[in-house]
Design a protein around this ligand. Structure first.
Ligand SMILES: [Zn+2]
Length: 176
């Protein structure tokens, strides 16, 4: 590595040590020409994509933010937190596998929604209403009808009760 003081091309490493959690390596270096010392830090390049927001700003993928959105959508729903954490784990692995350097916040929202729909239809509609911003009430109604149909099909095949139809009025009574 080039010396930052005299720009000599060779510097020698006098000491290397990893940070406590091992993701950063600190190296003490000494210039062989001017003998001045400096420190460099080496860290593993982030493998998760940057999230590109609607206004074009980039931000690092924030696991807590995704989990927070899921938790809000699942408020008062019978969904264990561990299930949501697993969902974010799977999502992270998938993003790493895809290997893109960037992902739009819209696409990220869709990936989260697809998973939430399989977990809890009511939470899905809540999440979707925030992230997709249904253009109008008809679009929202169409989505709810589609989910109700899906629930009915599940009833016919498995004989279970219609979760969606029953839980929506309960939500309203609580008024939250
Ligand atoms: Zn130097």
């Amino acid at each position: 590595m080039k010396c930052p003081f005299c720009t000599a091309p060779d510097t020698k490493v006098t000491d290397s040590r990893a940070s406590t959690n091992g993701d950063v390596i600190r190296r003490r270096r000494e210039c062989e020409v001017c003998v001045r010392r400096f420190t460099t830090y080496e860290r593993v390049e982030e493998v998760l994509p940057l999230v590109v927001k609607k206004d074009g700003r980039r931000e690092v993928f924030d696991r807590q933010k995704v989990l927070g959105g899921l938790r809000r959508a699942c408020d008062k729903r019978a969904v264990p937190l561990a299930r949501l954490e697993e969902t974010v784990d799977t999502l992270e692995r998938e993003l790493i596998d895809i290997g893109d350097k960037e992902i739009s916040s819209k696409r990220l929202g869709e990936l989260v929604m697809a998973r939430l729909r399989a977990i809890d239809p009511v939470a899905y509609v809540r999440f979707a209403s925030v992230y997709r911003q249904f253009r109008d009430i008809d679009e929202l109604r169409t989505e709810i009808d589609r989910l109700a149909e899906l629930a009915e099909q599940t009833d016919q095949t498995s004989g279970s009760s219609t979760r969606l139809a029953r839980s929506v009025p309960v939500e309203r009574r609580h008024g939250s």
